[in-house]
Structure formats: C-alpha cells, structure tokens
Design a protein around this ligand. Sequence first.
Ligand code: BG6
Length: 467
Amino acid sequence: YNTKTNFPENFLWGASTSAYQVEGAVLEDGKSPSIIDMYEHPKDTAGFRIASDYYHRYKEDIQWFAKMGLKAYRFSIAWTRILPEGTGKINQPGVDYYKNIIAECRKYKIEPVVTMYHFDLPYCLEEQGGWNKRETVDAFVEYARVLFEIYGREVTYWLTINEQNTMILHPGAIGLPKGGTLPTKKELYQQNHHMMLAQARVMKLFHKMVRNGKIGPALNLTAMYPASCRPEDAIAAHNWVSIRCWNFADVPVFGTYHPLAFSYMKDRGIAPEILPGDMEILKDADPDFIAMNYYSTATIGASRNDSSDVAARAGDQQIMLGEQGVYRPEENPYVDKTKYGWVIDPVGFRYTLRKVYERYHLPILVTENGIGAPDILEDGKIHDDYRIDFLKKHLIQMKLAIADGVEMIGYCPWAAIDVVSTHQGYKKRYGFIYVDREEFDLKEMKRYPKDSFFWYQKVIAENGKSL
Ligand code: BG6
C-alpha cells in the first residue's frame, strides 16, 4: 500500500437522496402518482407521502449541504413531476422545481449528479403494462430527451436507472402492487431487457445532445466470497456474482449479456425475447463511468438443492436471498452486521471496487454507501459514532483501492439527509442531517446536524488527508 496516495484533486465528495424518499408532496403542483405512491409498503406511515418534506424545504437543506462542504449532491428527478402522463405534456412547475434545485447547488458550487429514474415509474405507465411493454422504452427515451433538453447544459453527471438489479431480482423490495401479485421471473427478465434497451437508447441520445456530459448506470454491486475453498462453493459464488451483478453491468458496457447468466436464464425458460435489431441497440450504450451502490458483501455456498436454499440468509438484506439449485447464502463469521442485519464489510468495499474496475476499466462513482440506524436526538445532538466508524472504515478502504489503481470520480454516501428507508420506514435513518419526525408523529421536522455531519465536513475540507 502506497501511503502517499491521496484522494484526487476535484474528487467529488458528495451525498445522495432520491426523490420519493425525501420530497413528499406526492400530488402537488401537477405531479401524478408513481408506483411507489400506489404500492403497499411494509411500513406505510406518512412515509413516502410526506417523507422529509424536502419539496418545501430544499433551500434550507441545500444550504446545510453547502455548510457540510459537499462538492456533489446526487438526487433523482421524479418522472411524474416532469411528465405526469408518462409522456406528452410537460409540467412546468415540475420542470422549475428541479431547475431551482440545480441553481441552488450551483450557487454553492455543488456539482449536481442526477438520477433519471429511482424506482418510481409513473403509475399511469404501469397500468398500461409498465416495463413489460416496449412502449415504456419509448416513453423513457422521450422523458430523457426532455431532461437533456432542459437540464443538459446545467448538469454534467447523469445516472440512468438506479439499481436495476434490485428491481429485477427483488421486485418486492420497492413495494407490492395493491392486492396484486409480483411478476414472474420470465416477466422480470423481459422487463430487464426492455430497461436495457431504454438505457442504451438514452445513453446514445445523451452523447448526441449533451456535450461534455457523462452518463452511467447505477447498480448495486457487491463482491462475494465462496463459503469455503470447496470447489462447489466457488462455482456457486461465481454463479451468484454473475447473475446478480455482472449480468446487469455487462450489457451497458459490453453490449452483451453475461454468458453464464444468459444460460441460467435460458435453462429455466426465463430468457427474454430478443427481437432483431435489439442487440445492435444494446451495443450503442457506451457509458462514461460506472456508478455503484455498495452496502454489503455476500458469502455464498453450494446449493443443497432443496427449499432451504431460499430460506438461507446472510443477514437480512433481501437482495442476498438464495435460489434453489443455484446458490445459498451463508453466514460470514469475519464480518459485523448492522442493527438491521446487513453485513458490514469495509474491506469488501475495496475488493468490490477492484473487481468492478478490473472488469470494466471505467472510472467509478460511488452513489450509495452507508449505515441505517435508529438515531437518537438528545438535547439537539445526535451522537452517531457508529456511522462515523462505518464511513471512516469504508473511506480508508476506498483510499486503498485508489492506491491499488482504481480510478475514482467521487463518493456519494447514503444519505445527505434523513430519508424514508425503502424497506423499513422512517425509523431507520441514514442521513448526516437529522429530520425531527417519528414514524407517525410528523412534529416540526426541524433539521439537526449529526456528529457525522461535522466529521464529514472535516474529511471534505482536508480532502481525506488524515484518513
Ligand atoms: C438502495 C436504494 O437499494 O438502498 C435506496 O437505492 C435505499 O433507495 C437504500 O434507501 C437503503 O435501503 P433501505 O431499505 O435501508 O432504505
């Protein structure tokens, strides 16, 4: 390890949010409902409907971000604010809202990093078949054209689709259709193919429309360990990482499905229908960087070929569930877990960064990383030393990855401010800034900087030197 390695000049020290997890105001100023607004969620309180009320308080919040010293802020645009009918009529108040957010960021020299789609498909499109339909591919391209036309000159960094792999592998993670059932695997892989087509067309369009802009996919990427040196465990672990991670990043980068993942789909009769011309479209994607969300690693053993594979868990993270006959998550005795059962593995972060860079040779922007915890507000303070510890250990490992030769653009942990957790309601907090509300009692939603806020402020000010 080269101890002289520093973070690059202009490293994007950032933080992230997503529209539906912070904004609230789900039907305000012409916005139509997204699937998130219509689905059932395990912890549905005033959760997503009010969230952190950022829609009305973004100026104050971005001022806090500036105070923390953020160089970048990753947020998502809600498709339903821009095109409430999914396509067609543009909703001016929605357009202005994000213009104002971008202007606020620029005012404080914060680089906006825009996610175009973070789980929140317009519900009106879902009713017409959603991603099962090729019309949704056209709708996404139309939406992208509108975004590039309006914001293309003001935003350099763009992310297409957040965690496509989570949506396909664990569709229940973002909520359940009311009284409905989840799509079959066959349908999901068809939806995946359509999202891939949409993404590729949008990237091609982007490179034509946005000069000097940069665009990338934003996936949940995670290294894995074989449960032992048993060769069968190594095969299972390789199955896991191919099906769960590489299959989703290979398509935009190489323009092909991962061979092993494709045979897995074919063997099970769940491979997508690929029409003539589709593969040519996929070849056009050409991302400029890889954005990745990293929370945990997985430890994978050989399948026992019975239903216990599915029940086996490595922590509580849904995305780590097993699949009968393919792989089986195992406990890893060498790592800790969060209060919510998610594996904490900073060294696995370095390992994942190496693996991703070695495979794709594209610069990496970390768009999520963080620890969910039930923070406690006491006398106006939040002593979240566990978060400082988590982030510090991950940053040290990221620095090591840079020394290893990994090209990094920046680091945007989850989350800039408290947001509603996708799986566990408002109690599970991630932010540097505390929002004073409870699950049911919305209180005044006053903002308080947590101890981690001041710690991160210092890290940014010295460009990570003392890490
Ligand atoms: C990522 C999502 O999967 O994980 C975020 O992109 C989400 O939207 C984050 O909030 C953490 O998950 P959770 O369920 O703890 O909120």
